[in-house]
Design a protein around this ligand. Structure first.
Ligand SMILES: Cc1ncc(COP(=O)(O)O)c(C=O)c1O
Length: 362
């Protein structure tokens, strides 16, 4: 006899990216920043005293909220700090979606979204992207028709890296009846010349939430720290009602404060990743792959039929050589690989292994 709720019994959980077998594995499968966190984070960690852990941390992480508010030119009331971006997504689903109502997303998208919606007993409505991985024109209409209480889009999109511009985000927020959550997990890697800035829209729309994380841009995936930015009435129930009590531990609050205070260091890593992304894309194109232009810290790499190996074979050959990349065995993606941009040295290692594997097969 099973005690699980019906929807939990019927669903499958989230599958995390593979973990490395040992320290020599080159991990290009889960979009971490290839550079270490700011040295200021190490300093703060060294300064932590064990006796600080005896008492509960600040329940809503206000000192960190205040630093984030200054960073984004908003107010403390516009920010809720969460246990990774993933908790932010869970909070959005549990706070805004009536059980049984519709939850909207694109197909493909972040594979955690449907898992969270299914746990909550929501109906998942997936809208296909167009051929260039852009949002289709009818996105808002279809979701309104389905009665979606919440729609999540990733921008820049995962797994393609395509960026939707601020005007289109604005149109969507305007036309959707429910809440629009723009998941900006990878936004730090967007070329600043594009002047993308959706945060400024939170003052104009009462249904817009922006998700940010320390996992990618600040090289702190191991810490589990994220946040949402939105209009104060949208943020208030998350802070006051649905968040876990003390959802951010003391250590995370301290290290998050150090990381955001040394944003200049993180910005340098973003510039490095952008430069490495350009070179890696050129090298992959040179080997005969088709590579979607990306504003993220990963590339979606299509393996054309003209090449002597399939995407799955390349994924396995790389794994044998100690390099992990992401292969999705799903209809739209099974001829592609999602490869995290590493340092220039790591990318060179990847290209050399790819070149050898392709040569051996032709
Ligand atoms: C699109 C997207 N959103 C959100 C997240 C959540 O990141 P975290 O929980 O590490 O902050 C991820 C992590 O990979 C992601 O890919």
């Amino acid at each position: 006899m099973s005690y699980e709720r019906d929807n939990i019994r019927q669903m499958t959980g989230y599958t995390s990216g593979e973990q490395p077998v040992d320290a020599s594995t080159l991990k290009l499968n889960t979009n971490e920043n290839p550079y270490p966190p700011s040295p200021q984070v190490q300093v703060r960690l060294n300064d932590l005293r064990i006796e600080s852990l005896r008492t509960y941390p600040h329940p809503t992480a206000d000192p960190l909220r205040d630093l984030l508010a200054v960073t984004h030119a908003v107010h403390r009331e516009n920010i809720v700090v969460t246990h990774g971006g993933d908790e932010a997504l869970r909070l959005a689903v549990t706070t805004y979606v009536e059980p049984g109502a519709a939850f909207g997303m694109t197909d493909p998208s972040y594979s955690l979204y449907p898992v969270l919606a299914q746990i909550h007993g929501a109906r998942v409505v997936k809208i296909a992207l167009d051929d260039n991985w852009h949002l289709p024109r009818n996105f808002a209409d279809e979701l309104n028709e389905a009665g979606a209480n919440l729609a999540c889009i990733v921008n820049p999109h995962a797994p393609s890296g395509t960026l939707t511009d601020t005007d289109r985000i604005s149109q969507l927020a305007e036309s959707l009846n429910g809440v629009l959550l723009v998941d900006e997990a990878y936004v730090d890697f967007v070329d600043p010349a594009l002047r993308y800035d959706a945060v400024r829209l939170v003052n104009a729309f009462d249904n817009l939430l922006i998700l940010r994380t320390f996992s990618k841009g600040y090289s702190l995936a191991g810490l589990r720290l994220g946040y949402l930015i939105g209009a104060a009435p949208l943020i208030e129930p998350l802070v006051q009602k649905t968040r876990d009590s003390f959802n951010i531990d003391y250590i995370s609050q301290q290290l998050g404060e150090a990381a955001i205070t040394d944003r200049a260091y993180a910005e340098q890593t973003w510039a490095n990743v952008r430069a490495a992304r350009r070179l890696l894309r050129d090298d992959l194109l040179g080997l005969g792959f088709a590579v979607n232009p990306s504003q993220s810290n990963f590339l979606l790499v299509e393996v054309p039929l003209a090449l002597p190996m399939t995407a799955e074979q390349i994924y396995l050959a790389l794994k044998d050589a100690g390099i992990l990349v992401r292969y999705f065995d799903t209809p739209l993606l099974d001829d592609k690989l999602r490869i995290t941009v590493g340092t220039e040295g790591q990318n060179r290692q990847l290209i050399n292994v790819l070149q050898t594997a392709l040569n051996n097969c032709s």
